[in-house]
Design a protein around this ligand. Structure first.
Ligand code: SGN
Ligand code: CA
Length: 516
């Protein structure tokens, strides 16, 4: 068959030109990185939540591996995405906050390295880097945060198009369209960036009321008194004070004037409004105040949040089905992760940013047929700087030497080399202050048992937690008798990490930090 011979020949030529051996070419899998926004691990079935339904994320976990300690280096959106693309900490890749900076695309990027090693690359959906995609052969991305209903997308080279529909469905449609039309002589790397489950949580019409019959239990630390935790006391991200009845919980929305709601078609508005008019009537009739109002807000928050997550999970399912039907499943690695974790009422909060567990850790599941044994659990400290080198490792590409993370493919494979020492501490540094949410900048580290953090920029205070005794981080034991040795040891390690990762600004702050 001459045409088959010709395609094989062209494959060899491409491989040769890229310096890739033929054996590698044949084995190189496709990689899909499904990247959601603000999706809390504690809100996922595979991570133990029994009240919500996330069958498709659970399926990836069941057929592959689940990471239980995947830490982000800076718990907000843009910085996490910049870390995915660079394998570097925020101070190194330059993207420390969501705003005020443009992501520097002139640096070495995961996408560019994959392109150079023969991959076709695409980014579809939310990107949120205040720049256009670089190193991607194709893109169709949401401008900034994007919209849930009838969103605009920015395509190539920089053209904005308005679409009708719900954002998660459109993202899946564009992803499948691209998979259908891509050049199939090359392996591909596709980032599917979802807007779900970002604030203000506007569910798809078919998911309205999906959790109305569920009463979510209050987290045991919902009424946290923040004793001994200065920064936690001064945040502006509580369900009680910060969460807005109108914009966040859709009570008395002005559909002609309020942001996202202006985008509805008359038909969408009718169904959406009918549902939330009932919600508004309920709270008005009940005349709630104080704790009763806060708890009502909490229930509504989670109902909206998980309804939005339904569309996310359903759309992941659609993509998995497409991979099955098209025969791509066998040779495609599927990763699902969120840009960071999120508070679902723990400490009385929503949002993220803090080094505390729920926002420090993010969900990460990965399916790699024939390589990862189904049902694998990885409990080691993985950091999001490790994502880029791991993807490069899977792709058989060379890992640039200045990447700050490490491939964890050996840990996924149960490889003997996994017995080689893995990191025992993960480094964290958050910057964005004071807007939004008034979380003081801080740095710190997390080990398997302890967490040490220093809040600066006005809060100037240390916090130490023993996660074994106090997994909910309610008791700051910094400076208490008996912690002298562990504190000194953790401070040494923190300093060593700052030196290793060359966080000079942090080293200076650390040198000037008060010790009590
Ligand atoms: C918006 C939200 C904030 C959220 C940031 C960053 N406010 O500003 O609550 O922390 O995005 O989120 S909203 O009123 O516009 O919803 S991030 O995921 O992009 O980092
Ligand atoms: Ca986010």
């Amino acid at each position: 068959n001459f045409s088959l011979f010709r395609s094989l020949l062209s494959l060899l030529v491409i491989a040769g030109a890229c310096g890739i051996s033929v054996a590698q070419t044949a084995a190189r899998p496709n990689i899909i990185f499904i990247f959601s926004d603000d999706h809390a691990y504690q809100g996922i079935g595979a991570y133990g939540n029994k009240l919500v339904k996330t069958p498709n994320i659970d399926r990836i976990a069941r057929e592959g591996a689940l990471l239980t300690n995947n830490i982000v280096t800076n718990s907000i959106c843009g910085p996490s995405r910049a870390t995915l693309l660079t394998g570097k900490y925020s101070h190194t890749n330059g993207y420390k906050r969501n705003d005020r900076t443009r992501f520097d695309t002139n640096q070495t990027l995961l996408s560019k390295t994959l392109q150079q090693s023969g991959y076709q690359t695409a980014w579809i959906g939310k990107m949120h880097l205040n720049s256009l995609p670089a190193g991607f052969d194709y893109w169709n991305v949401l401008p900034d945060q994007g919209s849930y209903y009838n969103p605009d997308f920015v395509g190539q080279p920089n053209d904005t198009t308005h679409y009708t529909g719900y954002v998660s469905d459109l993202i899946t449609k564009f992803s499948v369209d691209w998979l259908e039309k891509r050049e199939n002589t090359k392996p591909f790397f596709l980032i599917v960036g979802h807007k779900a489950t970002h604030r203000e949580w506007l569910p798809d019409l078919q998911d309205l009321g999906a959790y109305d019959n569920v009463t979510f239990p209050l987290p045991s630390n919902f009424y946290d008194d923040y004793k001994g935790r200065t920064a936690a006391m001064q945040q502006d991200m509580s369900i009680e004070k910060t969460m807005r009845l109108r914009q966040d919980l859709k009570v008395d929305v002005d559909y002609e004037k309020d942001g996202a709601y202006k985008r509805f078609t008359p038909e969408q508005k009718k169904v959406f409004k009918a549902y939330y008019d009932k919600v508004g009537k309920e709270v008005a009739d009940k005349k709630l105040t104080g704790k009763a109002l806060t708890e009502w807000k909490y229930q509504r928050y989670l109902r909206d949040y998980f309804s939005v997550a339904n569309s996310l999970d359903r759309n992941i399912g659609k993509l998995l089905d497409y991979l099955d039907k098209s025969g791509l499943s066998k040779n495609t690695v599927v990763i699902y992760a969120s840009d960071q974790g999120f508070y679902l009422g723990e400490h009385g909060w929503f949002d993220k940013r803090f080094i505390y567990e729920e926002s420090l850790k993010t969900p990460f599941v990965i399916r790699y047929p024939g390589v990862i044994k189904p049902g694998k659990k990885v409990e080691d400290l993985i950091v999001n700087v490790d994502w880029a080198p791991t993807v490069l490792n899977i792709a058989g590409a060379k890992i640039p030497s200045d990447i700050q993370g490490k491939s964890f493919l050996p840990l996924l494979k149960d490889d003997q080399t996994a017995k080689a020492p893995w990191r025992k501490e993960a480094y964290y540094h958050y910057y964005e202050f004071p807007e939004p949410h008034h979380v003081y900048p801080h740095f710190g580290l997390r080990t398997s048992r302890y967490k040490l953090a220093y809040f600066y920029g006005g809060a100037d205070s240390w916090e130490l937690f023993d996660l074994e005794k106090d997994p909910k981080e309610g008791s700051n034991i910094y400076g208490t008798p008996g912690t002298e040795k562990i504190t000194a040891d953790l401070k040494e390690k923190l300093k060593a990490l700052m030196k290793e990762y060359k966080d000079d600004e942090a080293l200076k702050i650390l040198a000037g930090a008060k010790s009590i």
